[in-house]
Write a protein that binds this ligand. Sequence first.
Ligand SMILES: *Cc1c(COP(=O)(O)O)cnc(C)c1O
Length: 493
Amino acid sequence: MEGGLDPLAAAGQGVSLDPADWERFRALAHAALDEALEHVRTVRERPVWRQTPETVKQALAGPLPVEGEPLDAVLAEFRANILPYATGNIHPRFFGWVHGAGQPGGIVAEMLAAALNPNCGGRDHGAIYVERAVTDWSRQIFGLPEGASGLITTGTSMANLIGLTVARHAAERDVRQRGVNREGGRLMAYASREVHSSVPRAMEILGLGREALRLIPADGDFRVDVAAMRAAIAADRAAGLRPFCVVGCAGTVNTGATDDLWALAELCAEEGLWLHVDGAFGGLLMLSERLRDRLKGIERADSIGFDFHKWAQVTYDAGCILVRDGALHAEAFRMRPAYLEHKPRGLAGGVDWPSDFGPELSRGFRALKVWFALKEFGTRRLGAVVEENCRQAAWLAARVAEEPELELLAPAAMNIVCFRVRAAGLSEAELDALNEEIVADVQESGEAATSSSVVAGRRAIRVNITNHRTRLEDMEILVQAVLKAARRRLGQD
Ligand SMILES: *Cc1c(COP(=O)(O)O)cnc(C)c1O
């Protein structure tokens, strides 16, 4: 037989990829686990981040492996070329973007999920019930009623996309069949100018377009101006457009501001609009009895997106979408071709397959590491981390305010502090450039890592704290690292 497999050839014993010598494999696997735990245990002793050397990049860009090599050789390469060059977010002084730190239980959970290797698209097996438990606990955390649905996602970008997809479906029940290119007025959504970029991207992906997302000004505390939003909705209706959705921010990515979610819920009730809340990290204030009042109104949302991998200390990646009307959620996604029919019994049984609630069919067992974290720490301890990080942010803001060389650029409303170095005689453009360089200087020093952003037109050193390992002393080390870099740049040392 030419150019194909000979169907008549003996099938033999299979091409098993299992180890020939399980005992040897077991020893390597145990050693790898020990190494992983040691890596995490000793993280404080290492630099936060280091640049990946060119030689390593080249080694990683090597040729496609055609012949395999023994696992110990693969592990050796991992140890040399991958392990030392991680993002750094497990380090107590990683303050960039909004990165969670994870915790050691996550290593165990990921390992066990890989051992079971279930496909969580659906069917009737244990992992499905774990995901259901986790999403139902989430529903309870946010105060949504029974009957609400939930899906574990890669993150809040996907959660926002799913939330807006259901919102679009609620506004136009035949959109799945007919698409969005219709007469009758364009569907319009409304959000703060401070809304995360995943929301305009969701509008793009949904075919609604970014123009159909009205970005509403925020006040001096970076909270959306609800009166301006109400006016924009009225103007659009008058112009023959069709408002369908409001996106509220529970913790904006730039400054940690939270919109008045109660006022947005009132507005949506009056106007008959869908309220989606992006609570990527800020939604986790719900874990704290002291802080959850700040999100008052979130329990009235039609859908809520949030992340476990940020402030709930679950390893990447894991987010969640909750939808108040679970039936509507399924209506927006369900597909039942013959090969995916649900059966009354057997493995194809069970109700509410996760694949009915999102765009993905095959899905990994992300829910297990969330389940482990919630079981091991409980909401109380995870909430204590949230409170501690907020206290640390408030401390840093006060510390910045008292330091003549530093200047706060936004109120520290939650866990994010935006500030900059100031220096007499420099123009705004020069200050922007100086602060940008300082952020990179501090990252390259390995002492700490922040990110940078623009707040009210000014380049900011942006500090986000979503890390259970961070201590107050780490905040002071950061301040000293920034001051040291600034003085060096300004020729003062
Ligand atoms: C991080 C973030 C997102 C996106 O979430 P991913 O998990 O990164 O996809 C959306 N909104 C806000 C406010 C965020 O901080």
